[in-house]
Design a protein around this ligand. Structure first.
Ligand SMILES: Nc1ncnc2c1ncn2[C@@H]1O[C@H](COP(=O)(O)OP(=O)(O)OP(=O)(O)O)[C@@H](O)[C@H]1O
Ligand SMILES: [Mg+2]
Length: 269
């Protein structure tokens, strides 16, 4: 009998960045993170700046080794970058000398040969992301939002089964961001990927996710997991519903409860 595989399993994950000489002390970024993500889920990770979110994502992607604990993707221990994982890093930029299609094909080239199938997949992704007609443009000829959509298409170009996104919409204005959220929800549903998104946006996390994972201040550890009770298709209309505001309120309360507890400990209250 085939055993059901989890998409991602994090067990007792910890990461300490080593110090450097006397001036830079070692830094414990992530502590004791346990999390299982099931196939087809969309999980967001929310937490204060510097609490270790990108560090967790890099460990899942195999770009950073855990100091303690382990990461499994589709049942296998992650020891380095893997083809099944598509990632859009927080500070990832497009190559300025390549056009849109050339940028998207980069992970395919890194993993092997560019086939007709890969070209067709990229063309389909660009269309879905509203970038049809821009295939031969260079990054500087696109808007900021379009560049971020290209980065998401690039993350999906080699048909990964796990999509990791680190603050992909951080630099966008509220209106564009809302549109991108709706687009991302549609892409996730249409492609059937498992996705992990890091974001500062509580509304964004609740709008997109099947589960929202809340992290404490550094060293980041999971303080709560909230399951927004909405069907997979998320529309703009959901944003103005009272149930939506209620779930966002729960997330906010839990995050600030953590902050209040930390400051009470500091002040000895
Ligand atoms: N390469 C590194 N070397 C040393 N320390 C690092 C390194 N990368 C991150 N850190 C430290 O680890 C901590 C967590 O960083 P991380 O980038 O994971 O935070 P984050 O939660 O993603 O923050 P933000 O929301 O601002 O992106 C920070 O204190 C940071 O200074
Ligand atoms: Mg980060």
């Amino acid at each position: 009998m085939a055993t059901a595989r989890h998409a991602v399993e994090l067990a007792g994950l910890r990461h300490v960045f080593p110090g450097r000489g006397r001036s830079v002390q070692a830094m414990e970024a992530v502590r004791n993170v346990d999390l299982t993500v099931e196939p087809g889920e969309f999980v967001s990770i929310v937490g204060p700046s510097g609490c270790g979110k990108s560090t967790i994502l890099k460990m899942i992607a195999g770009l950073l080794r855990p100091t303690e604990g382990g990461v499994r993707v589709w049942g296998e221990e992650v020891t380095g970058p893997r083809r099944e994982i598509g990632i859009a890093l927080q500070d990832a930029t497009l190559l300025p000398w390549r056009d849109v299609v050339g940028n998207c094909l980069l992970p395919v080239e890194l993993h092997g040969k560019v086939t007709d199938e890969a070209r067709e997949r990229v063309a389909g992704l660009l269309k879905r992301a509203g970038l049809a007609g821009f295939e031969t443009r260079r990054p500087k000829e696109l808007s900021g939002g379009m560049r971020q959509r290209v980065a998401i298409c690039r993350a999906l170009a080699d048909d990964p089964t796990l999509l990791l996104l680190d603050e992909p919409f951080g630099a966008l204005d509220a209106l564009t961001r809302e549109q991108m959220n709706i687009d991302l929800n549609r892409i996730w549903r249409e492609t059937g990927k498992t996705a992990i998104l890091i974001t500062h946006g509580i509304e964004e996390a609740v709008l997109l996710s099947t589960r929202v994972v809340l992290l404490s201040e550094r060293p980041g550890t999971i303080v709560d997991v909230i399951t927004p009770p909405f069907p997979p298709t998320r529309t703009r209309e959901l944003l103005s519903r009272p149930e939506f505001a209620e779930v966002c309120g729960q997330v906010r309360d839990r995050l600030f409860a953590g902050e209040r507890a930390a400051s009470a400990t500091e002040t000895g209250a």
